[in-house]
Ligand binder design. Structure first.
Ligand SMILES: *Cc1c(COP(=O)(O)O)cnc(C)c1O
Ligand SMILES: [Zn+2]
Length: 429
């Protein structure tokens, strides 16, 4: 590969931005013991090993609807609420994706109002572009030259693309047996792409070891507190696109659980900043049966998340030991939502139902979301009059193998009118 590898020694040279009293970003704080840290590339509390989160000074944030409306048509219209100070953004224009009213699907499911947040139209066709744009902007602000990630596929695509755009060196670690579409979609940006013999959880553990030896910005390890904030933009956009209010109920696909907690955080922030009057949203989480540690904990008495060995079609959600699982569970319980899981067959049906009713081709995670939505309606846990937003977080073109065997392939005919009439029209009728 011939690149110069920066070893850990130089770690401390990273610019330490000192924060003043009225600065928007105070630093980091432990989610458990609340101990505060400066805004550095750090993700775990030294005292209790709790996860660190960005600590904002909300009094210093003067955000109005007008100000947001005049911003760019991307996640960066909410920059005041993102943990990035530089103007030198790593930006492929992620976000501000359509919120589409799904009248056909609503009718089929027996719902009054259903919206789809269509994040398949992002620069690398998944919601991960939101988190990566924030993470790489921050990494560059910190002075890193090399970025890295452990990924179930979509994160790999997004880090590879944004690093190419930013001129950053990238090391991308994925399970070797991902879908072809996800592998090629990373390789084309020419990162250092590494296929690891193991599950995502094995890849992640390896990356923690690598991160302790090399001074790289691992977007979902040492940069994770900043990275994860990017998911809040899904919540902000939903509120803005609905005309400054929250829906009654949202359905969110869950892997690590980070996105789910951040969408809720976004609603709460908008409430506390006075941009919406109230937030009574119910948050429900969607998992695949072959990897549903959080849904299992939700349904058990004890609420303990037991790590699993994933075996599911929904590889983008195949995290057996979810980093934010506990917080995702708490969020769902606090808001009165549900966790539900669906089989591989239901996932495929979910993809096909969404595509045939609304014209949106989602990847397996979208199949999980739609199938869980259907299941919650069938179980009576979602009421017909509830206004729902379902998050469609990635595109189907990357996971073609999921539906390949269950769609009708073209009828092959000769290039004559006769052949068309004989072979096609006769059957169609
Ligand atoms: C990563 C991913 C998710 C889950 O995100 P978490 O924040 O890890 O829960 C959902 N959908 C798609 C398409 C993803 O790539
Ligand atoms: Zn702590």
């Amino acid at each position: 590969m011939g690149i110069k590898i920066e070893k850990k020694k130089i770690k401390e040279k990273k610019v330490r931005i000192s924060h003043k009293k009225m600065d928007r970003i105070k630093g980091l704080a432990c989610k458990e013991c609340k101990r505060e840290y400066p805004a550095e590339a750090k993700h775990v509390c030294e005292f209790c090993f709790g996860p660190l989160e960005v600590n904002y000074n909300y009094d210093a944030i003067k955000l109005t609807k007008e100000k947001i409306k005049n911003g760019p048509l991307s996640i960066w219209r909410y920059k005041e609420l993102l943990p990035v100070e530089t103007e030198d953004l790593v930006d492929l224009q992620a976000g501000f994706t359509p919120l589409i009213e799904a009248k056909n699907l609503a009718k089929i499911l027996g719902l009054k109002k259903l919206w789809l947040k269509n994040d398949t139209v992002n620069p690398t066709f998944s919601f991960k572009d939101r988190v990566v744009s924030v993470a790489l902007s921050k990494a560059r602000e910190f002075g890193y030259k090399t970025v890295a990630c452990a990924s179930t596929g979509n994160l790999a695509n997004s880090v590879a693309a944004h690093a190419a755009n930013a001129g950053l060196e990238a090391f991308i670690f994925i399970p070797y047996d991902l879908e072809r579409g996800k592998i090629i979609n990373s390789a084309v940006y020419e990162p250092n792409l590494v296929g690891v013999k193991g599950s995502y959880d094995d890849v992640n553990r390896l990356c923690s070891e690598i991160a302790s030896e090399y001074d790289w910005a691992f977007v979902n390890i040492n940069i994770r507190p900043y990275y994860s904030e990017g998911s809040k933009t899904l919540g902000y956009e939903t509120v803005e696109q609905l005309g400054w209010r929250t829906p009654d109920h949202v359905i969110i696909p869950v892997a690590s659980g980070s996105m789910l907690t951040k969408i809720y955080k976004a609603f709460e922030e908008f409430k506390s900043l006075g941009l919406i009057k109230d937030n009574k949203v119910k948050i429900s989480g969607a998992q695949a049966e072959g990897c549903s540690p959080i849904a299992a904990a939700f349904k058990s008495e004890k609420n303990i998340i037991k790590p699993v060995k994933p075996k599911t079609l929904a590889k983008s959600l195949a995290i057996g030991n979810p980093a934010d699982g506990y917080y995702a569970l708490k969020t769902v319980q606090k808001t009165g939502g549900f966790f539900e899981e669906v089989t591989d067959a239901e996932i495929v049906n979910g993809i096909k139902l969404l595509a045939s009713s609304e014209g949106i081709f989602a990847e397996t995670a979208g199949g999980v979301t739609i199938a869980v939505l259907k299941k919650l309606v069938d179980e009576g846990k979602i009421k017909p009059e509830e206004e729902i937003v379902a998050y469609i977080t990635g595109i189907g073109l990357k996971t073609l193998e999921a539906v390949e065997g269950s769609v009708e392939l073209p009828r092959i005919i000769d290039s004559t009118l006769k052949s068309f009439k004989q072979n096609v029209l006769k059957e169609v009728k």
